[in-house]
Design a protein. Structure first.
Length: 74
């Protein structure tokens, strides 16, 4: 997860981005994945708040603001 956050923030920095907007996913459990593998992917992942915190910490190093979207992403 840390590598993913770093890659996204560094990539957006190189593009000259000044703000990253994050939103919560909606209906992620209704995407057709069934069985143990699908449940493991959905339930054994980092908490959303932890990911947001990591984005904010890493983006701050690059002078990029992070904010939450009011709308949920479908």
């Amino acid at each position: 997860m840390n590598a993913m956050v770093k890659q996204v923030v560094e990539g957006t920095h190189q593009l000259g981005t000044s703000k990253i907007v994050l939103g919560r996913l909606r209906g992620i459990r209704d995407n057709g994945r069934k069985g143990a593998k699908g449940n493991a992917v959905v339930n054994n992942f980092w908490s959303f708040n932890h990911i947001v915190r990591r984005f904010r910490e890493k983006a701050e190093e690059y002078g990029i603001k992070v904010r939450m979207s009011i709308q949920r992403i479908m």
